[in-house]
Ligand binder design. Structure first.
Ligand code: NAG
Ligand code: NAG
Ligand code: NAG
Ligand code: NAG
Ligand code: NAG
Ligand code: NAG
Ligand code: NAG
Ligand code: NAG
Ligand code: NAG
Ligand code: NAG
Length: 372
């Protein structure tokens, strides 16, 4: 009796383990996925038939440890059409899902929230509509979340994402139709290195808390409808390499001591906003700058002559401001090009746009001929 009970308990345990771990098969979920994507002219899905083990189907990688479970699904640029069915949430051992550059439409099913092992989700360049499901916040292992260039994807950025994804390094949501504010909770993404929200319809203030994300290297917020000032805290980000906030409705001025901040900045873009004040002299101390975009604002005063010290500068856009210059003053920095020594300093410059003078610059002489 005791033995029988033990056997019963053992087989129950087996059943539970089958459900809880990796011995259930992912084949039904993959077939449901194929049905959802039917109508695809994809040659990839032709191999998805039961004549061979699903681990050999194109784009499918099974787990080493749990051979009947799918660990990765890679079908980028595969001519997939149709809609991602909720059954994708049954692939609970999935670590990577890459369906970028297809023609998927419909919504991202909230069931993706069941993918707790998912590290990488890439749905770039599709025709996904609806909203970003808040349930993605349950994908607690995510390191890369990339859903870009889906022009019909709207709604708000779910604030939940900020508080539950401690490992997220890249949050890339460019070129959608996202609305509302940038959630302040994104400041809690402590591993974030790359935040890209450009080309959406976001509005309101830039959350100052973003300046607390110590490892942030790339911050792209350009081409939205953001207002207010650029939070001073952002200038505190010593890891920052690229900051682009162009094409918004931001105002304020550049801190005069910017030269003591942003030690690794390469791209600094404030263009097409409502910034005022002078271009600080200390900018010339940001010695790693390659791109400086300040055009179409309301900057006044003279161009700091010592900008000529920025030896890696390639792109300098100052057009569309209220900068001053005449034949003797305000143009010193390009005038410096008359002497060979200073010419060397700006030897990387390929594009200069100041007032009526724009275009490629081959020689120092041409630079000198420019006028504001
Ligand atoms: C997905 O999982 C749910 C719940 O476990 C189950 O009811 C459903 O049959 C599964 N669907 C497929 C296609 O595997
Ligand atoms: C996608 O479609 C194009 C044109 O119909 C075809 O040349 C290409 O082989 C297809 N690729 C896949 C992966 O099905
Ligand atoms: C089934 O897939 C195999 C490759 O895995 C392929 O050779 C075969 O043509 C497919 N069968 C059908 C009916 O599409
Ligand atoms: C998805 O696949 C494409 C094409 O191979 C690749 O360029 C892209 O980097 C992949 N996405 C991620 C997040 O690795
Ligand atoms: C979405 O998440 C909520 C809360 O975690 C959960 O109750 C719900 O079942 C999830 N929806 C799906 C479709 O998984
Ligand atoms: C960040 O997380 C902490 C702790 O979970 C929470 O108290 C705080 O409200 C969060 N911050 C934001 C801006 O959501
Ligand atoms: C941008 O926001 C302002 C209010 O801050 C609003 O008046 C304007 O219509 C918005 N523009 C767009 C294109 O959404
Ligand atoms: C910049 O960082 C310093 C040191 O961590 C801190 O004391 C200061 O408040 C920060 N400034 C802003 C504007 O966040
Ligand atoms: C640039 O930095 C140097 C060294 O820190 C400092 O002496 C100088 O005053 C700074 N220049 C400007 C224009 O801020
Ligand atoms: C050129 O750069 C050197 C240091 O790299 C600096 O001493 C010099 O003042 C610069 N010249 C001009 C005209 O800015």
């Amino acid at each position: 009796m005791a033995i029988r009970r033990m056997r019963l308990a053992l087989s129950l345990l087996c059943v539970l383990m089958t459900i809880g771990t990796g011995t259930a098969s992912d084949e039904p979920a993959l077939l449901a996925l194929k049905a959802g994507l039917s109508g695809s002219s994809s040659s990839a899905l032709a191999s998805w038939n039961t004549s061979a083990s699903f681990c050999g189907w194109e784009g499918v990688t099974c787990s080493h440890r749990w051979p009947t479970r799918v660990a990765a699904l890679d079908l980028p640029s595969s001519n997939l059409t149709g809609t991602l069915p909720p059954a994708v949430g049954n692939l609970t051992f999935l670590r990577r899902l890459n369906l970028s550059s297809n023609q998927l439409h419909g919504e991202i099913p909230p069931a993706v929230g069941r993918l707790r092992r998912l590290l990488v989700l890439d749905m770039d360049h599709n025709s996904i509509s609806g909203v970003i499901p808040a349930n993605l916040s349950s994908c607690i292992s995510l390191t890369i979340l990339r859903i870009q260039s889906n022009p019909q994807l709207g709604g708000r950025i779910p604030p939940e994402l900020g508080n539950t994804l401690p490992r997220l390094k890249k949050l890339q949501l460019r070129k959608n139709s996202l609305t509302g504010k940038i959630p302040a909770s994104l400041a809690n993404l402590s591993s974030l290195q790359h935040l890209s929200l450009s080309y959406n319809k976001l509005e309101g203030l830039i959350p100052p808390g973003l300046g607390d994300i110590a490892g942030l290297r790339y911050l792209f917020l350009n081409a939205n409808n953001l207002s207010g000032e650029l939070p001073l805290s952002l200038y505190n980000l010593s890891s920052l390499m690229m900051l682009q906030v162009g094409n918004n409705m931001l105002h304020g001025s550049i801190p005069s001591d910017i030269g003591r901040m942003l030690p690794g900045i390469q791209v600094f873009g404030l263009d097409v906003n409502r910034f005022t004040g002078v271009i600080p002299h200390s900018l010339s101390n940001l010695s790693t700058l390659t791109d400086l975009y300040l055009s179409d604002n309301k900057f006044t005063g003279f161009v700091p002559p010592n900008l000529g010290r920025l030896q890696y500068l390639q792109y300098l856009y100052l057009v569309g401001n209220q900068l001053e210059a005449d034949n003797t003053k305000g143009w010193e920095f390009p005038l410096h090009c008359q002497t060979a020594a200073s010419c060397k300093n700006l030897s990387s410059l390929t594009t200069l746009s100041v007032g009526s003078c724009q275009g490629q610059l081959g020689t120092c002489q041409r630079r000198y001929k420019c006028s504001i």
